[in-house]
Design a protein around this ligand. Structure first.
Ligand code: SF4
Length: 342
């Protein structure tokens, strides 16, 4: 028995991995997998004997399983997914007001970046996910609805696990697989400049979201330790390079923390940082997490801040939280039963 996932493999690789007699059987299995059929027994165009052999020798073509499902009042659905080694990750299906469904995928178990506003950051990094484990999250979520968009905004920093993330993107985009437009795929980063530069060099046409939180180095370093490695000047330089090389319009994610980054001074710094960048600032009121020391801004505080942003002609969008009541909103994902070294 094996836990090897077949997701992400080519037809040729499936043929070799499963020791199949005929190549067309690999194609049939590949097609079942894309349809979301993850039980060999249900692959009805494979002979009964062969199905029995596959179940006996390989058990299942998928290596992870959903162990918990939570749905909030907006329809946002959070899945807890157990991986082959017992690690647990979370993935979320978000639904917007136009019924657009987006898969929010994890790229790591935990995260090493330690952003102070984020629950995942409290876990530390347990391990990277493989491309198959990333793809399988989408397969589980797609059983809930017709998902058209993907964001790498779940647990982990995608640019710290770039190769598997790129492999999964290639698979999602492949015409033979899920055929999702690259423009509907967003990579979200805390600001790993070397990773942004790699995406620019590869001319990858996915969207980019960069978590900013503050446009002032001392404050940003306090909340996002990555700023000590790649400060705001380095970040802006890489974003300008991305922009000049024709990268699609990107967003700056601005997690609003009451009394911390929503005043006139913060708006001024933001105006200076965004000057010359063709970016939209996404205002995201902090999603509460009991163990973290922040407060969500009041509507009045948000309104005052947006008034400042209007005065400085900063392009922004106000985000309304989905998934908050099931701890599935931005920055709220964390699983308890993972241990380092698992
Ligand atoms: S915000 Fe993203 S990069 Fe920062 S700790 Fe959370 S998961 Fe990691």
């Amino acid at each position: 028995m094996t836990n090897t996932s077949l997701y992400g493999l080519s037809i040729e690789q499936i043929y070799n991995t499963l020791n199949l007699e005929k190549k067309f059987q690999a194609k049939q299995i590949y097609q079942w997998l894309i349809k979301g059929v993850t039980d060999f027994n249900l692959m009805s165009n494979i002979s009964k004997n062969e199905r029995e052999r596959l179940v006996n020798e390989y058990k299942s073509p998928i290596s992870s399983k959903v162990i918990d499902t939570q749905i909030d009042e907006t329809g946002a659905t959070k899945l807890a997914i157990e991986l082959h080694d017992g690690s647990i990750i979370e993935s979320v299906m978000l639904i917007d007001k136009n019924d657009r469904k987006t898969a929010c995928l994890s790229s790591q178990v935990g995260c090493a970046m330690g952003c102070k506003f984020c629950r995942t950051g409290t876990m530390g990094l347990i391990r990277n996910l493989t491309s198959s484990e990333i793809i399988e999250q989408f397969v589980h979520l797609r059983k809930l609805g017709n998902i058209t968009h993907i964001v790498y905004m779940g647990m982990g920093e995608p640019l710290a696990n770039l190769a598997p993330v790129l492999e999964s993107i290639r698979f999602f985009h492949s015409e033979d697989a899920f055929y999702i437009s690259l423009r509907r795929i967003t990579i979200s980063t805390c600001g790993i400049v070397s990773g942004i530069n790699k995406i620019t060099e590869q001319n990858l046409n996915v969207k980019l979201a960069v978590s900013l939180v503050s446009a002032e180095n001392p404050l940003r370093s306090k909340i996002m330790p990555i700023n000590d490695t790649f400060n705001l000047q380095q970040l802006k330089k890489s974003l300008l390079h991305y922009q000049n090389k024709g990268g699609s319009r990107f967003t700056l994610e601005y997690c609003m923390l009451s009394g911390v980054n929503c005043d006139l001074n913060a708006a001024k710094k933001l105006a200076s940082f965004t000057n010359g960048l063709d970016a939209v600032v996404n205002l995201i009121p902090w999603n509460p997490a009991a163990e973290l020391p922040w407060t969500t801004p009041t509507t009045e505080e948000i309104n005052t801040f947006t008034k400042y942003l209007d005065e400085f002609h900063i392009s922004y969008a106000r985000r309304y939280t989905r998934g908050r009541s099931v701890n599935g909103a931005c920055g709220q994902l964390a699983t308890k039963n993972n241990k380092k070294g698992n």
